[in-house]
Design a protein around this ligand. Sequence first.
Ligand SMILES: Nc1ncnc2c1ncn2[C@@H]1O[C@H](COP(=O)(O)OP(=O)(O)OP(=O)(O)O)[C@@H](O)[C@H]1O
Length: 277
Amino acid sequence: MTTVLKTEDLRRQFGRLVAVDDVSVDIQSGEITSIIGPNGAGKTTFYNLLTGRLAPSSGAVHLRERGGDLVEVTNRSANEIANLGLSRGFQINNVFDGLTVLENIRIARISREGRTLDLTAVAKSDPELTDGAWEIIELVGLEDIADTVCENLSHGDKRKVEIALALGTDPSVVLLDEPTAGMNATETRRMVELIERLDEETDTTFVVTEHDMEVVLGISDRILVLDNGALIADGTPDEVMADERVREAYLGLDDDEELAEDGLGETDEGADGGETA
Ligand SMILES: Nc1ncnc2c1ncn2[C@@H]1O[C@H](COP(=O)(O)OP(=O)(O)OP(=O)(O)O)[C@@H](O)[C@H]1O
């Protein structure tokens, strides 16, 4: 395992509000890392600092270039950081609804090559881009829907396309925002299996934010917990679930209560989870 993404005392304030509070983490290749925390904990702001969408108030971010060195990317533009190998799962809104799955992935390949002029026309007409795009279609398992226009896809399939687009830029690290949000149980299971398979079959390292604790506990090799912008725990699922601060601050569980399989902080006695003394 090697460090692929690292922050040092990363901080972001909005006026007096500290949204990310001197967070230092070291994310390793070869493991799936989840970032969890209650609403407003700072997860989105943290992602935005990593991708260059927001500038930090202080601190530093380092990223391993595709197959290369660890380089400091603090204050570089979002485009530069993406070109160096950090890809964020494209939001569904960024999928071109009027184009097919294959055409969308070809656009991701084009953006990797820094070609931006009239992307939709290029995606439809440049056959050189098809081979690379087809490899990604096979990797993600989108063969059956490759020629489907995206506006006709199910929610679950659209989220798979988002991941395919993120992979289209050959990233060293992919950040996923709640990949199972809005999915039914079957779609959720398939999405978890897909991320686990991609983690095994590619050199890409996956970092996931997720509210569904069953997904988090099932998919993560390592969990980072944010609370009020600060990193309050960093460890394996077992370590994090046993951490007193996490149980109090996030899960709302007493010492002897267990996290139920099907929900955040639910116990056999009820959904409330109980208050800590
Ligand atoms: N642009 C902004 N201006 C002012 N405050 C902001 C801004 N963006 C985020 N915040 C504040 O920073 C804190 C962290 O927000 P953030 O969206 O990062 O949390 P989150 O963990 O992603 O929450 P959620 O799980 O609800 O998406 C919140 O108090 C939020 O109101």
